[in-house]
Design a protein around this ligand. Sequence first.
Ligand code: NAI
Length: 674
Amino acid sequence: MTNKYKNWQLDIDEDKIAWLQLDKADSATNIISHEVMDELNDALDEVGGAHVRGLVFCSKKKSGFIYGADVEEFTKLTDPNSAFELIRRGQAVMDRIEMMGCTTVAMIHGFCLGGGLELSLACDYRVAEADSSKLGLPEVKLGIHPGFGGSVRSIQLLGVPTAMDLMLTGRTIDARRAKKIGLINFAVPMRQLKRTAKGVILNPPRVKPLPLWTRLLNNKWARPLLAKYLWRNVEKKASQEQYPAPFALIDLWLKFIDEPTDMLREEALSVARLITGDTAQNLIRVFFLQERMKSSGKLEGYKPRRVHVIGGGVMGGDIAAWCAMQGCQVTVQDRSHESLARVMKRAHKLYKKKLKRPRPIQAAMDRLMPDLHGDGLSRADVVIEAIFEDLEAKQALFRDVESRVSADTLLCTNTSSIPLEEIGEALKEPGRLVGLHFFNPVAMMQLVEIVHGDKTDDEVIQKASAFTHQIKRLPLQVKSSPGFLVNRILMPYLMEAVVLAEEGVPLKAIDKAALKFGMPMGPITLADTVGLDICMHVAENLSQHLGGEVPRRLQELVKAGHLGKKSGQGFYKYDKKGKPQVDSTASSKVDDSVTERLVMRYVNEAMACLREGVIEDPDLLDAGMIFGTGFAPFRGGPMHYVHEQGVVAMRDQIAALEKQFGERFEPDAYWASI
Ligand code: NAI
């Protein structure tokens, strides 16, 4: 045994098997840093000199095998040449693993992502713990693609359709799926993991070659056709200009798969180019913003398990179902059996979609209990109110709730517009009340605004953030003020879209302008999806407090019962499948002035929120708008976008719009302070 490494431990057992354990120093998870790689290179020298029968890579961390590369180091890569050198060094280490003169095995538990999976791919075999393992190549999410030989080796091992699916979507898969597609050789329970790894070395099993048809897809005659198909599929989700990585990956395979040595070199060149580009650097920024939100949800020793949700409507029902899916014991209260039956039915549908297998579905259903009389209140760690948006009803409810819960129960409201201070008036201890503002649909929207009023206790805010993190949502602390943060900024943008429609700009052209900018959905489609009644309610609430008008077209549609997708008609008319019937004669040509007007309303409101202290700082604002509204992630957030474009230039632009369209474009005073 030697302990000369900071991050690795090498042991050689009586069967002459080397066990190389990664235990990254000063870190709860294993990540591949440049230092970890250098040490690995030295350790491979030592293993090579020991003439062993086999080498097993494993992890000493509970959290899993390897989480990926050290993203922090990515931010320091500004020059493509030095990035290329660094990547080539990493590739050389992976090549050495592949060329070891003994059998090599990756013994995986927990996370095995990115560079971690690339290391595993360089081994002869992969064995994984069946329940906890999560494997994937999520590099595209950071604007790059695998760089340590992962693109070459995954295609060689899995065939191009399966490997491309993993790399282009960046999705993670469990051990069961990984076994099915041939990514791992064995999926076994934890207690058998070591024995299996050893067994593989002592008796290396035969591995079936890929089926002929899969191999044929790599043939130079078949490639262009398949590449075209992959390219088109990616194009449906992202543009090459905004997200170049998936396109670069397809191109890499198309041109170089016949020559693995060239492909490795080109892989490194491509990643070096991508990683130093704006998209990757902005997506890395988004990754760190997300980490920052997660860390605001860390509170040692606080582990609420019992949740009681009151109101089983659109929001309450889904919040209850989500909490139960994340392992909480949930009681959900409504006024009738029928409403509760609907909650259970919707929850079952969600679990079938997300959990797939009968056992976990049943376990989640068992954790969700209908509770007509609120019996769960007395034992609840967290109470979430999601009844109608009515101040008196909410106050009456909280008066009752406060008298039935224990002293340390967290009291939360999902109100979207009522000031926390007003609901809190009903409580003996208003400091206990905090807003947990979920977004619709709960299972899709990662962000939860943690809304604090003047009186909310700090400890309550921390607990609410920790609970949110625990149920795998991203907490964002905001001040109780009209629209909070996300709706406040989104609404002027949506209203500008309505004004544009009133002016006669085709709906399709408005939506397309936003899509081209990088929004996930056009504002007209978004308004129809959220529901025009809900949009109008929020817009009215904001105009009451902050001035401005609700466009007439929106009021008319709501009055006519055209509430959007849910009623079959909003701005667009929808067919039975919910597909909008777009006027094919109208022009969808994007006019830059449309984009400009939409974006300017958005960023100007962002400035107002910063000036009023609705949110702590511009970075958190960016995080909120990316995870709450999908603001073009490759642009790094609205405030980052302003800085990239130039504050002065944008301020001049909005001042010009004010002259043309009036006071709704009046530059906020905050522009002058940045
Ligand atoms: P909803 O109308 O779908 O559901 C409200 C439910 O509360 C109904 O099932 C009703 O029977 C039940 N209820 C009313 N009074 C009750 C009481 N005293 N005890 C038990 N159950 C009671 O409403 P929705 O849309 O779910 O909204 C709920 C809250 O969430 C509101 O405060 C709303 O502003 C907020 N919100 C709504 C969003 C949305 O997109 N719908 C998004 C974010 C927040």
